[in-house]
Design a protein around this ligand. Structure first.
Ligand code: HEM
Length: 483
């Protein structure tokens, strides 16, 4: 900002910013004190709605670099050459807490990456977990209601959390993950990221591949125990946010090695389980990770509200060569985010510097609305037109997929090993004895706060179905705590 006198919003110099204008000394304040009215009115409007989930977060800019050839699988231009660099903006977050909540809590972490590519912005709006609690978007509002504040008590309630999870056995895998060691990362730098869903890649020849993204932290995984987190959350609620900003200020740029698991399209129908089920991982023995990139964060935002709070990420922001899969959760998300942005930031949210394309320009016929900046000047606002306006390409970003059957509220197609418990059991059996002990202790600590026996029994029973030993030890630990 240039030097000079303080001004009103309209640019007029301000004579006195300490005393409001009154009728005589000690008299009432005058309506003609426009500076006072303007300041109070602007202050009242400083907040915008916080994100309904993932309200609490921190962001940074950086660079994505291609390190291996993936052109046999996708025609996305930003991935077309080894060594090619693309600017990124990443927003990390927790899920359930409000804007002012502490960072060091047991909760998944959001891992939302915006790639500013020359073919438009590509958003990968993932988490630090490879799976999720549910597999159909229609359950998401109910699920989140159980994670947020109860309408009567105004607090998060263990009864609601465990009632929903125990009645949604598909959550068992993610809940086992969440209450294990990785459930509370030490910082945003010390955790992996995942696209979680299955996405479509398609190449120049039009061949389709199903992929799952992995971002492996180069800082190494570091976690907090429940006791460490409780202490840190009290002492420094902003611990993750501060750590990210300060590490970048020190020149210690966090980075991630980026890869995909690749499934040829033809495998999907006959795979052991539904490959579009968000509660399942694809075992690496079936589909190994192809590492193809490096992502480094090296620049802090200059203004948190402008660049982090007003940033928008949408799973529907694809570029040529990348598209959605039939994952029912992903399909719901394709609607939810754009809708949230229009409500939270406004119809011209895409025009803000953090959100607009950086390596190309948006050429649409959308116009006007709140805070429209007139960027299109006098250009025609319809298509087709004969005035040299932008025109359609006739080439979809992604390839069509075959479908069969009739409309209906169908469950997903059935595969031989579709099962809510197998992968939760596998995860438990992979753990060392110490890891199992901490998992049981964390789960028991939470379940023992539930007020109703039927919910407790149902919750434990889900873990018993994942692994008999898991269920037995959890039951004993809960009983010990409940006395
Ligand atoms: C944020 C909806 C599942 C990751 C949000 C927001 C909404 C939403 C409305 C706030 C957006 C905003 O105000 O800008 C949903 C729905 C889901 C779902 C309806 C299920 C059908 C998921 C899953 C993941 C995820 C499975 C990860 C794999 C995120 C992240 C953010 C977010 C990272 C924060 C983005 C940012 O930093 O701005 N979600 N979500 N969500 N969601 Fe989801």
């Amino acid at each position: 900002m240039t030097q000079g006198p303080l001004t009103t919003e309209a640019g007029a110099p301000v004579a006195d910013n300490q005393n409001s204008e009154t009728a005589g000394i000690g008299g009432p304040v005058l309506v003609q004190d426009q500076l006072l009215l303007e300041k109070l009115a602007h202050f009242n409007r400083e907040r915008i709605p916080e994100r309904v989930v993932h309200a609490r977060g921190a962001g940074a800019y950086g660079t994505f670099t291609v390190t291996a050839d993936v052109t046999p699988y996708t025609r996305a231009r930003f991935l077309s050459e080894i060594g090619k660099e693309t600017e990124v903006f990443l927003r990390f977050s927790t899920v359930a807490g409000n804007l002012g909540a502490a960072d060091a809590v047991r909760d998944p972490r959001g891992f939302a990456v915006k790639f500013y590519t020359e073919e438009g912005n590509y958003d990968l709006v993932g988490n630090n977990t490879p799976v999720f609690f549910i597999k159909d978007a229609i359950k998401f509002p109910d699920f989140i209601h159980t994670q947020k504040r109860d309408p009567y008590t105004g607090s998060q309630e263990a009864d609601n959390v465990w009632d929903f999870w125990s009645l949604s056995p598909e959550s068992t895998h993610q809940v086992t993950w969440l209450f294990g060691d990785r459930g509370i990362p030490a910082s945003y730098r010390h955790m992996d990221g995942f696209g979680s869903h299955t996405f479509q890649w398609n190449n120049e020849a039009g061949e389709v591949f199903w992929v799952k993204y992995h971002f492996k932290t180069d800082q190494g995984i570091k976690n907090l125990t429940q006791a460490e987190a409780n202490k840190l959350a009290g002492e420094d609620p902003d611990s993750h946010q501060r750590d990210l900003r300060q590490s970048i200020e020190r020149g210690e740029y966090p980075s991630w090695t980026v890869g995909v698991q690749i499934m040829p399209a033809a495998d999907a129908a006959t795979y052991r389980f539904n490959p579009f089920d968000l509660t399942k991982v694809w075992p690496h023995a079936d589909y190994p990770i192809h590492w193809f990139g490096k992502m480094e964060l090296n620049r802090n935002p200059e203004n948190v509200f402008a660049e982090v709070e007003q940033s928008i990420f949408s799973p529907a922001h694809f570029v040529p060569g990348i598209g959605p899969s039939p994952d029912k959760m992903l399909q719901g998300r394709l609607f939810a985010y754009g809708d949230a942005h229009r409500y939270r930031v406004g119809i011209n949210a895409d025009h803000l510097p953090v959100n607009r394309p950086h390596a190309t320009e948006a050429r649409t016929n959308s116009r006007d609305g709140y805070l429209y900046d007139g960027r299109h000047k006098g250009a025609k606002n319809y298509e087709p037109n004969s005035f040299g306006g932008p025109h359609q390409t006739d080439r979809p970003l992604w390839q069509p997929v075959p479908v069969t059957g009739v409309t209906g509220d169908h469950a997903a197609p059935v595969h031989a090993e579709d099962n809510d418990f197998v992968q939760a059991g596998n995860l438990y059996r992979l753990m060392t004895e110490d890891e199992k002990n901490r998992l049981i202790e964390n789960l028991a600590g939470s379940i023992s706060q539930v007020s109703r026996e039927d919910i407790v029994d149902r919750a434990i029973n889900n873990f018993r179905q994942a692994d008999g030993d898991f269920g037995k030890r959890l039951e004993a630990a809960v009983q010990a705590l409940r006395g």
